[in-house]
Design a binder for this molecule. Structure first.
Ligand code: NAD
Length: 416
């Protein structure tokens, strides 16, 4: 996987396009173009062999004009400050499009979690939580899972923060296990949102879902749930991949079998009844819908012209560079941008936070029904902005988002 351009430069270029289009007030532009707070921490962790290792982590808050900030925590060897800043900015736009009362934040630790034992990961998570506890909190900044982290990571974070506070503070993180205040439906929420907007995009493109084929890059939380839920809707998933490479069967993959295989083996490698493809080949397969659900900078000016999908639904954050966007727009590919496509996760995280604060919990049906409504409404809002302004879906999403956040910035004015 190539590294590609600096993700924060990409995020700023995407913002600039909308700011230019909206002729945004220079003060709002200056404020929104950069992040509000950056915390960089270097912290020691006791390893199983008795040694001590120093790790680097970040928590970045892009903007808090619309409420407390919110965004995931990533554990990956390529985590960097520009990446975390970009991810934080994208969270601000996502929350605004979905009318969630949050600003945007993100965090990350430079680590390959697969190379640590469970005990080491717990030590790392608890120490990192202590380090960033000076800026997180249920009313200030609420983390959640992202690449390389999961419900267990959130349980350790919640427990560490609660130990400091001397009481249980479930609302400090979302994506927790149900037993400590997690929400029904959160685990699969991002994938469910991807499924819902994929069906909306197919409807808009007048394609019958039963005739559509899908390729999904990345088979973690987002990719695997997107594939499973799309298959359950009768859409044929023909290819999926993880860091080890991909599998392809033009007749359709049996997703429950693939899920069982990865649960048993921890990888897609070696799965039978399919041919092997590389991650690069997967992106260029002849499919109706492509769902990038791994990392940034996958669709670039090097491969965009060869993409055959009619629709791209960005499960991942930042998978498409601005140069690739221009090529895809020229080709007439319908791109559902990340800030719209993958917001199912933060939407159910919002439900989890509300439930934790009220100590009153909703059924899975209520969660899924509310998620469905918000995803469909947000898709419709962006689509009508696209049509009334005659722009692409990404610019339309940014018009909605930047306008909403700029209104809040303007209402609050500059302190002092
Ligand atoms: P995850 O850690 O659960 O899964 C990541 C997947 O990507 C794994 O299958 C991994 O093997 C694969 N992968 C890693 N490196 C790769 C590489 N070099 N090439 C190909 N595949 C690779 O992470 P996730 O939570 O599913 O997140 C995936 C994307 O979705 C990220 O961009 C994340 O920011 C975004 N996202 C996640 C959520 C969420 O709720 N978890 C919400 C919104 C957006």
């Amino acid at each position: 996987m190539e590294h590609g351009p600096d993700p924060f430069v990409t995020a700023q270029r995407q913002f600039d396009r909308a700011a230019d289009y909206l002729n945004l007030d220079p003060a709002a532009r200056t404020v929104l173009r950069d992040v509000q707070r950056v915390l960089e921490v270097n912290f020691p962790v006791h390893m199983d062999d008795g040694s001590i290792r120093l790790f680097k982590g970040y928590r970045v808050q892009h903007n808090m004009h619309r409420g407390p900030t919110k965004g995931g925590i990533r554990y990956h060897p390529s985590v960097s400050l520009p990446e975390v800043k970009a991810l934080a900015m994208w969270m601000t736009w996502k929350n605004a499009i979905f009318h969630l009362p949050f600003g945007g934040a993100k965090g990350g630790v430079v680590v390959d979690p697969k190379k640590l034992s469970t005990h080491e990961l717990e030590n790392l998570t608890r120490r990192f939580t202590s380090e960033i506890s000076i800026i997180i909190g249920p009313e200030s900044d609420i983390p959640a899972p992202d690449v390389g982290t999961n419900a267990q990571t959130m349980a350790w974070m919640m427990d560490t923060y609660s130990m400091h506070a001397g009481r249980s503070v479930p609302a400090v993180v979302t994506g927790k296990p149900i037993s400590i205040g997690g929400s029904q439906g959160r685990e699969e929420a991002t994938g469910r949102g991807v499924m819902i907007v994929t069906l909306e995009a197919l409807k808009h493109s007048q394609i019958d879902p039963s005739t559509a084929t899908v390729a999904v890059q990345g088979f973690g939380n987002v990719g695997s749930n997107s594939a499973r839920l799309l298959a359950e809707q009768g859409v044929k998933v023909v290819a999926v991949s993880d860091v080890s490479g991909g599998i392809y069967n033009p007749a359709g993959l049996n997703i429950p079998d693939v899920l069982r295989y990865t649960q048993e083996h921890g990888t897609l490698k070696g799965f039978r009844n399919a041919q092997s493809v590389t991650n690069d080949q997967l992106l260029e397969l002849p499919v109706t819908v492509l769902v990038p659900a791994a990392l940034e900078n996958q669709i670039t000016d090097r491969n965009a012209a060869r993409i055959q999908a009619k629709i791209i639904v960005e499960g991942a954050n930042g998978p498409t560079t601005p140069e690739a966007d221009a090529i895809l727009n020229d080709k007439g590919v319908f791109v559902v941008p990340d800030v719209l496509a993958n917001a199912g996760g933060v939407t159910v995280s919002y439900f989890e936070w509300v439930q934790d604060l009220q100590h009153f919990f909703w059924s899975e049906d209520e969660i899924n029904e509310r998620l469905h409504r918000i995803m469909r409404d947000s898709f419709a809002r962006v689509l009508s902005t696209k049509e009334s302004n005659d722009v692409d879906m990404r610019l339309a999403a940014y018009i909605v988002a930047v306008r909403t956040v700029a209104d809040a910035t303007d209402a609050r004015s500059i302190y002092p």
